[in-house]
Design a protein around this ligand. Structure first.
Ligand code: GAL
Length: 766
């Protein structure tokens, strides 16, 4: 079968005449496709809510003994589909796949026309009320042309448990008796051939977070083979935590929205995988909630491959429509979500209640029934933001927005629910303390520490399964939300997938790679009164050392009452003078005490120096004939905040007494443009491939120039294309540039220019 994602024609409008002939100036596009590109921020949401038209011509050797289907993994929202001038009807997707049999209409040469209505429609979820996310347009996931035997299978479900018990089920469509056989593979190795639907496999390798072993079941009927990937594993939510293969795993996670700058929802397989990789390997969480709709199969596949747990959710947001059409679609969404996602070992619960909606006994009894019928192996979860609402699900999902300071991160589990269902906190933070990539330093520190406080409480609440924060990424939202710029800045990463301080709190909780991130740029002019206050370092090191202008100041250990239950609490630097203080006018034994006082004054303000310290300093000055001018000189030398020369600070992190990471912060007059990419080869497969180029404006110490908003000019040559405009601005000193392959092989070149810097990347396209 031909690769069905390439070579579509597209016009961003609809006219009746397109049904018989497409305009000559139609654009050639590949799927996933975004029907309307919008600016990064500040635009009218109606802009992308358009009616557009797609055309695809394709040839087929029609075999009379076969059946043919079109399958769309996702489009927004309603598609009227015409094949060879036949109206095949209107189909609604939003976030679920749509499959249409075309056997009767298909010919040797075919013309498919799709009129896609991407306007919001209150008759279908998630629409009908205010909605805190945007729903970008286009056929934004893959499309498939499928050939089947007369009698064929759908909805193959393979479940394997930790004992090796295999349970296989499927739906048969058609009249014929089928002779079905199975081949079970681990990687490329055939493990067993059999015919039973239920059996025990010996010596299975389990799927878990560190070793996510995957098996593939090939289901064979005549010349048709279906491949289903799955894993052997057990999951259990209890009142004393979540268990994976009988091992307690504290769930620490983030919510993910699927939007991107400029490409909207139309992110390719490669970018879906990239997000999963970022969550697992850069943010370091163990669970993600696909808020607030089913997400790409490619995202879930990658979560399977790398061992990242997933909680899914039916489309919606607070609102339940009352029309029959709306409610029917909600049930259909539930059915399709469960059928599409149930083979993924990463998936640990089906979210069958619309996020933060009110009770609806009838609707949610039905969504629960559907999920339990189609998947007896997975619990359902219902997410609420008010306590003690009706509980029809197996897990009590609660959005806990108590954290408004560092006093408390999460409510005590006993306070948020009266029933005996396991608790999973499904959101926290978010609107409680919005944070832009360009927010000032104090705000960035405050939000990061609040995330730390919540994770701390999550670790302490042994009677809860875990907590999933709001959220992984900033996301586009309607005018009713965000800061008026159409972006909700709630992510620990920005919309370009670049980290904010808060993400370092998460990454520092894991031990796979060393993390050492100073939550301060250590520039006195960036903080009120030039007073640093507490300087925290998000790190998984055992201890850190601070050097000032290459002189050793002090060693710091993770000792912190606020975050005592974190595996790796942020380390507090509370002394920036330490052993550097060496003034012979004072007796040597008084140096540490004076250094401490200077440091305290630097970090909290001279006015806050305790009276007894003031008195001591006064006494020492008199006793050792130290003038006020001397004192100012010492201040400038040892503290240097507002008056002295700016200092260079070096922080070294040690694990098992080995230096594992070093960070330098200081004044700089030379800058650079750092360009890194997540890959340099693109492969055109079922669809085009994509890569992400991370661009950072850095200083001579390698630190991010947080406030840089320079213009970056981007040029591409060869069989690749740039997503978005050819000039883009840095956001908080950094930016991601997305490049897609176009379906053809060759060598591509990306040129990135800023100021006097010009960097080029060679991209091999296969
Ligand atoms: C929650 C909601 C999320 C998002 C978040 C912002 O109430 O479930 O979708 O709006 O608030 O903090």
């Amino acid at each position: 079968m031909e690769k069905f994602n390439y070579g579509w024609k597209f016009v961003p409008n609809f006219k009746d005449e397109y049904l018989s002939k497409f305009p000559n100036n139609a654009e050639i596009v590949n799927l996933p496709h975004n029907a309307k590109e919008v600016p990064y921020n500040y635009f009218k949401e109606e802009m992308y809510q358009i009616v557009s038209t797609y055309e695809k011509e394709f040839d087929l050797e029609v075999n009379k003994d076969k059946r043919y289907f079109l399958k769309f993994d996702g489009f927004m929202l309603k598609a009227r589909i015409y094949l060879n001038n036949q109206d095949l009807g209107e189909y609604v997707s939003a976030y679920i796949p749509v499959e249409i049999e075309i056997t009767k209409f298909v010919k040797e040469h075919n013309r498919l026309v799709i009129v896609l209505d991407s306007k919001e429609d209150k008759d279908y979820p998630p629409f009908g009320f205010a909605l805190d996310y945007m729903t970008f347009s286009g056929i934004y996931r893959d499309a498939h042309l499928i050939e089947e035997t007369k009698t064929y299978l759908r909805n193959i479900y393979v479940h394997g448990d930790s004992q090796g018990n295999l349970d296989i089920s499927y739906d048969k469509n058609g009249e014929e008796e089928l002779d079905i056989s199975y081949n079970l593979y681990k990687g490329d190795t055939l493990v067993k051939s059999f015919k039973e639907d239920h059996l025990k496999i010996d010596d299975v390798e389990l799927w878990d977070l560190d070793h996510p072993t995957l098996y593939t079941l090939k289901t064979i009927i005549k010349d048709r083979v279906y491949e289903t990937r799955f894993g052997f594993r057990d999951i259990e939510f209890t009142n004393h935590g979540f268990y994976l293969n009988n091992k307690l795993v504290k769930l620490i996670g983030l919510n993910r929205h699927q939007g991107y700058p400029y490409m909207g929802y139309a992110a390719s397989k490669a970018l879906q995988e990239d997000d999963a990789n970022l969550l697992k390997y850069e943010v370091g969480v163990n669970v993600v909630r696909t808020s607030h709709y089913p997400q790409s199969e490619h995202f879930l596949n990658r979560c399977d491959e790398i061992g990242l747990l997933v909680v899914n959710e039916i489309p919606g947001w607070q609102h339940i429509g009352q029309s029959e059409t709306w409610r029917k679609q909600c049930l259909r969404n539930t059915e399709m979500m469960v059928l599409t996602e149930r083979n993924h070992p990463c998936l640990i619960a089906h979210g069958v209640r619309i996020d933060e909606s009110v009770d609806d006994h009838e609707l949610y009894s039905e969504t629960n029934r559907i999920a339990h019928t189609l998947d007896k192996y997975r619990p359902t979860i219902g997410v609420r933001n008010f306590k003690n609402s009706e509980q029809l699900e197996d897990i009590y999902g609660y959005n806990d927005f108590i954290c408004d300071s560092l006093k408390v991160g999460l409510e005590k589990p006993k306070k948020v629910k009266k029933n005996d269902k396991p608790l999973l906190v499904t959101e926290y933070m978010g609107h409680m303390d919005p944070l832009k990539a360009t927010s000032d330093e104090q705000k960035r520190i405050e939000v990061a520490l609040r995330h730390a406080k919540v994770i701390n409480d999550n670790m302490e609440h042994s009677d809860a399964c875990g907590a999933i924060g709001w959220c992984f990424l900033d996301y586009h939202s309607h005018t009713d939300f965000g800061s008026g710029d159409k972006i909700c800045p709630h992510g620990v990463f920005d919309l370009y997938r670049n980290p904010k301080y808060s993400s370092y709190i998460y990454s520092s909780q894991q031990d796979n790679f060393p993390v050492l991130e100073v939550l301060s740029n250590m520039k006195p002019g960036d903080v009120p009164e030039a007073i640093f206050n507490d300087i925290y370092v998000a790190t998984n090191c055992d201890y850190i050392e601070l050097y000032k202008n290459d002189e050793f100041v002090s060693k710091f250990y993770p000792k912190n009452d606020l975050f005592k239950s974190l595996k790796h609490p942020p380390i507090l630097i509370d002394d920036i003078v330490g052993e550097t203080f060496k003034e012979d006018k004072f007796p040597k034994k008084s140096w540490p005490k004076i250094a401490k006082m200077f440091s305290y004054a630097a970090m909290h303000g001279f006015n806050h120096l305790p009276l007894k310290n003031m008195a001591y300093l006064g006494y020492m000055m008199m006793r050792y004939k130290i003038s006020y001018t001397d004192l100012v000189g010492y201040w400038n030398e040892y503290v240097g905040a507002w008056g002295g020369k700016a200092k260079t600070y070096k922080i070294k992190g040690y694990k098992d007494n080995q230096l594992v990471k070093e960070v330098e912060l200081g004044p700089s007059n030379s800058f650079d443009l750092e360009v890194t990419t997540n890959k340099t080869t693109l492969v055109n497969e079922e669809t085009y491939d994509s890569l992400r180029i991370r661009v950072r404006h850095i200083d001579s110490h390698g630190s991010l120039m947080q406030y840089s908003n320079r213009i970056i000019n981007i040029k591409t040559e060869g069989p690749i294309s740039l997503v978005g405009p050819s000039s883009q601005c840095l956001l908080g000193g950094q930016l991601s540039i997305y490049i897609n392959s176009t379906g053809k092989p060759g060598v591509g070149k990306v040129t990135i220019q800023m100021d006097e810097f010009e960097k080029t990347l060679q991209i091999e396209v296969k």
